[in-house]
Design a protein around this ligand. Structure first.
Ligand code: BGC
Length: 907
């Protein structure tokens, strides 16, 4: 039977607050194989009245993703979507309904004003404030929707109940260009009669101290709240409620709250029932005062229909430790980004002080030096009542919490470990990728990579979540993008952030080192940023590489269209600053934090001219391809020609006549190979030289941000699969598994964050939650599992499945939830009957079977090419028809489950 299993709206299971008509995709299911959709019918109706507003009729089309349609929709209204499809054999039933709610469809419809309980004199404050208004709903309510945002951060309540699950809203954007607002369905929150609307505001990224210069007021000096609510009564009447000068404001119990330093909360200052309806309107306490209206352009308001930061996972205390220095420390067992929550019932005036931190030092004592100036401290003053508290307008990067002060003594806290919890906060994205193999250390590495993502995808992709930085470093987001796209549905996350990459580009097209850009235009007197705040190779290339990667993995052309001008501007920036096709510019990070750097330096040994020009070539090549995809044929021809010239120049400059690279570093060889910059006749010798450079270091990598992501690829793509596995599986320093063996639960910034003797790398830059080196995840999925995208049919419409099983694992399995459904791949070396027996046998014999059983599940309406390892012979292909292309067997298949057994070469 053919059926529509799930509908995705703007890529989400549920979209609340869309900007106009969302795009629609659906996942199909069938018990038959090779199913291809022939036609679909899409209907959209108002959810409450059932009134149809769009009916595509039967459309003869195989498209089932990113269907765009047009209808005139009403703002702040709920709609229901239904889909029906047919293939050659049958017609599906009409799907279940999926719902979305529109945001405010045009800027002119905003009637609300930003209101502030602060005055310009509060510019040095990072306190919390309340704003509120009591409203009267005269009649029986049929539906109600609210759209809210803030300058600063906000939490919104109706009748004492927090609306929605979002935290740290409205997130961080280049606020003067894009300010996200959130929409909620609030029918259930309101009642006929009196209702209290209230919001608590904090400084957030908008106003609090941020960045290297620790400047405050990066976007403005006053927090402010914006609300527009529509109440639709059963009578058919409609009422609009907006923020305006009729609201009241006052100080909240949050005395201080900032991203880096944490929060101070005086519970004695809580106002009972501040956000609940007053019995008598006059009852208002004297603390409440008038609010000020703050002018802010409504044109920058951007609908955020999903992918908002939420409380995602909860962790109990794993262990309570007393350190050698006598501190009481809670260990949550996972390095995470979020909050510590506690319960208490201490007497009014008693204080609780908690400091969050990432790691213990070699002696087992509290280590906070790597936080630099970030205090990451929560100070709570009790009010004598039983409370559960977590901070409001801040987040911490931590695994441990030091109990600095606790009513009755810090050690008492140890007795009630049940009263503490940690919550991970990050952007709400569906996990799309899984990976499991026979090596437990690699499985832990996969876990660490995933948690590197979770810890740093907190509305924007940050470098780290703990020290006084936490900014959107473009390079980190670029090198980790492909891994991130596999692990989680980052489509909406990156789409939002890339809009700011474009918005924050310089007029010349330069791309800032961090986005949102809070560093440009400021007086930097430090050794690094005084040299430049934008346009570093590998960092700025995020402008091209990320949209391209998203296109490959998610398959929607729209991201290329949206970012086209931004990409082009970036390529032209490089072109304009290149001299005879060699590009370099001001501050370059090069192969950042590579181990071949000079003692004490962060800059790896690979010369900047080389890394810059390699990236110039790579991005220009991608851009030419993108121009072609979008039908910009002139650009395609122009930039393809430019790409060719850069490659030629690269080859002439960085290869000797004998084909030796002028820079004898691992990274130089890696990027030359991976970016296809090696003259064909020297390809083999360059790859071989890379293995020698590896051997010279005892099989260890010494690469930084530029070389590391592609190291395993550069080896496996050139016939060195065994060496790539060996590199991945190195367990001693420096290596990925070294960190794992040192107890890491996330990915470290430095290979030697903690040295083998337990001492730490310099505290000034030593994050234990930095996803960049987690970019190796990409190799696990694309090579170990062999799940490759095809740029001609992106989004895994056509998947290329070609695992390289190596010698080291007995099995590997994983899946990717594509826009069409789950693409699953698993392989095992056939020794015993069951996996257990197989592993035992494996250990006993210390050898590997030469028979591999490969299973592939291909989603409906997609197809795949299964390519066996070079030299492999098919033992049993069942229904698959294998043909030999060069020395590799390959078979085409449609949707469904497929199994092949093959014999590996030379084993
Ligand atoms: C960040 C990095 C970043 C780098 C660039 C560091 O402070 O944490 O991840 O890319 O600076 O220089």
């Amino acid at each position: 039977m053919l059926r529509v299993k799930e509908i995705r709206i703007d890529g989400l299971k549920q979209a609340t607050g869309t900007a106009g008509c969302p795009h629609i995709s659906w996942i199909l299911e069938s018990d038959r194989r090779n199913v291809v959709q022939k036609a679909y019918r899409l209907e959209v109706a108002e959810a409450v009245s059932g009134k149809c507003c769009y009916d595509s009729g039967w459309v003869e089309s195989a498209e089932s993703a990113y269907i765009r349609w047009e209808a005139s929709l009403i703002s702040q209204t709920k709609y229901a979507v239904q889909v029906q499809v047919r293939d050659e054999a049958e017609e599906s039933p009409v799907s279940e309904k999926a719902y979305f709610v529109t945001g405010i469809c045009s800027a002119q419809e905003w009637k609300a004003a930003f209101i502030s309980a602060e005055t310009p004199e509060d510019k040095e404050n990072s306190k919390g404030t309340y704003v509120r208004k009591q409203i009267h709903a005269e009649e029986e309510i049929e539906s109600a929707y609210v759209s809210t945002t803030a300058l600063g951060m906000y939490r919104f309540y109706i009748n004492g109940r927090k609306v929605g699950e979002d935290e740290l809203a409205p997130g961080w954007t280049s606020y003067h260009k894009h300010l996200c607002y959130q929409t909620y369905e609030v029918t259930e929150y309101l009642r006929q009669g009196e209702n209290m609307l209230g919001a608590m505001l904090g400084a957030g990224w908008y106003k609090g101290k941020m960045g290297f210069l620790h400047l405050r007021n990066n976007y403005g000096e006053q927090t402010a709240f914006l609300l527009q609510m529509v109440i639709r009564y059963k009578s058919g009447r409609e009422e609009l409620i907006v923020t305006d000068e009729s609201w009241q404001g006052c100080d909240a119990p949050v005395l201080f709250s900032e991203i880096y330093d944490g929060e101070i909360y005086d519970a004695r200052r809580e106002i009972d029932g501040w956000n609940e309806p007053l019995v008598m309107a006059e009852e208002a306490c004297e603390d409440w005062h008038e609010v000020q209206c703050v002018t802010y352009a409504k044109e920058v308001l951007t609908a955020q229909a999903g992918c908002r930061v939420k409380k995602m996972e909860e962790f109990p205390v794993k262990e309570v430790l007393i350190t050698p220095q006598g501190d009481t420390v809670l260990d949550f067992g996972q390095n995470l980004t979020g909050w510590v929550e506690f319960e208490t019932e201490a007497e009014a005036g008693e204080e609780i002080v908690l400091q969050c931190f990432e790691t213990l030092d070699a002696d087992g004592n509290v280590y906070t030096a790597n936080l630099r100036t970030a205090r990451q401290t929560i100070r709570y003053i009790c009010n004598g009542k039983k409370v559960v508290y977590h901070p409001h307008f801040t987040f911490q990067g931590f695994q441990y919490v030091k109990i600095v002060r606790w009513p009755g003594g810090a050690d008492k806290a140890a007795l009630s470990k049940g009263s503490f919890r940690a919550y991970a906060l990050y952007s709400d994205m569906e996990q799309t990728g899984t990976f499991l193999c026979s090596n437990e250390l690699v499985n832990q590495l996969q876990h660490n990579i995933l948690w590197g993502l979770k810890g740093n995808f907190v509305d924007i992709p940050t470098d780290c979540p703990q020290r006084d930085e936490r900014v959107g470093w473009t390079g980190d987001a670029q090198i980790f993008c492909r891994t991130a796209c596999y692990l989680m549905n980052t489509d909406m996350f990156f789409t939002k952030w890339l809009a700011d990459v474009a918005a924050d580009q310089t007029s010349e097209g330069g791309v800032p080192h961090v986005v949102p850009d809070i560093i440009s235009g400021k007086e930097h007197n430090d050794w690094l940023l005084s040299q430049g705040t934008h346009s570093a190779a590998a960092w700025a290339d995020v402008a091209v590489i990320n949209p391209w990667t998203m296109y490959l993995v998610y398959g929607d052309k729209e991201i290329l269209k949206k970012q086209y001008e931004s990409m082009k501007k970036w390529i032209l920036f490089m072109k304009n600053h290149a001299v005879d096709n060699i590009w370099n510019y001001k501050l370059q990070f090069g192969d950042w934090v590579a181990l071949d750097a000079e003692e004490g330096s962060y800059f790896g040994a690979t010369p900047n001219d080389l890394t810059c020009t390699a990236y110039y070539a790579y991005s220009t090549g991608l851009f030419a391809k993108i121009a072609g995809i979008l039908g910009h044929t002139e650009d395609e021809a122009e930039f393809a020609a430019l790409h060719e010239q850069i490659v030629k120049k690269f080859q002439k400059t960085f290869f000797t006549e004998a084909g030796t690279m002028t820079a004898q570093t691992q990274t130089a060889h890696i990027i030359a190979l991976y970016f296809k910059l090696v003259p064909e006749q020297y390809r083999e010798q360059t790859a071989k030289r890379l293995t020698e450079l590896l051997a010279e270091r005892g099989g260890h990598l010494v690469t930084g941000f530029v070389g590391t992501p592609y190291f395993c690829h550069a080896l496996s793509q050139n016939g060195y699969v065994k060496e790539a596995y060996e590199l991945l599986l190195k367990e001693d320093f420096p290596s990925w598994l070294y960190q794992v063996k040192m107890g890491a639960t996330t990915v470290w910034e430095h290979w030697d964050g903690k040295k083998p003797d337990g001492t730490m790398w310099s505290p000034d830059m030593n994050s234990f939650n930095h996803y960049a080196y987690g970019a190796v995840g990409d190799w696990l999925y694309r090579v170990v599992l062999g799940i490759e995208a095809d740029e001609k049919e992106p989004g895994y419409r056509h998947a290329i499945v070609k695992p390289q099983t190596g010698d080291a694992f007995t099995y590997a399995k994983g899946a990717f939830q594509s826009v069409y459904g789950e693409l699953a791949v698993s392989w095992e070396k056939q020794v015993g009957q069951t996996e257990q027996a197989m592993r035992a046998e494996w250990e006993k014999q210390e050898r590997q079977s030469d028979i591999v059983k490969l299973q592939v599940r291909v989603p409906v309406n997609t197809h795949a090419t299964i390519i066996l390892e070079p030299g492999a012979e098919v033992v049993n292909g069942k229904e698959l028809l294998f043909t030999r292309v060069n020395d590799q067997y390959q078979a085409e298949c449609g949707s469904g489950e497929w199994v092949v057994k093959y014999r590996k070469k030379n084993s």
